[in-house]
Design a protein around this ligand. Sequence first.
Ligand SMILES: [Zn+2]
Ligand SMILES: [Zn+2]
Length: 237
Amino acid sequence: MSAPRPLSFLAHVLLPPLCVHCAEPLPRSRPGICRWCRATLRPLPPGCRRCSLPRPGSPPECDRCRAWPTGLEAVAATRYAGAAESVVHALKYRGWSHLAELCAASMAEPLAERTPSLDAIVPVPLHRARLRERGFNQSALLARAIGDRLGIPVVEALCRSRPTHSQVGLGRAARKRNVDGAFTIAARVRPGSVLALVDDVATSGATLSAAATALIAAGASRVPAVTFALALEGPPR
Ligand SMILES: [Zn+2]
Ligand SMILES: [Zn+2]
């Protein structure tokens, strides 16, 4: 049974905030994640030059990004596991929007290093039904925080024109079918522009690929993408 409202309010006021991953009490001035868990959010080891998938030996061909549209490449701040998974869950399902700033701090640099001349930042959109249900788009929060850091405008240039299922638990082919053709253009794209695509997590990259396909068809010349985390694909189901 949940605590009566006055008690839960008192608990909120009196108890310190807890780390999203290990529940260590945190100073009220720095809610979110403790410094030990933050230290585990390490950059990815070297991998594919185009999609950043960690691969020992860096062979020239990469299965993950072979079918991506020309112009799309992707970087990620860290691997989707442990504390990174807890951060994404808290941002996405508990609405802890202050975590967007923490994520953006590790996303802005690899994006700007890879592509110094960005014209705008484009969040991967939610379908309007999902947006109504959740109340916010976590990718838009990340895009705004990255835009503020880099001084680059955020443009909501995409619209998810049909609802899609969660990609969780789907194999690579099913992920692609789920999002293929799901995005349409919602704002004018200047021909030849370089648009950074922002999302919270990428796995096969099917969502990034479908979103980039729409931006490139509308005139973008390059779509460098950045996600907070990269999830390694399990066996296809
Ligand atoms: Zn912690
Ligand atoms: Zn690759």
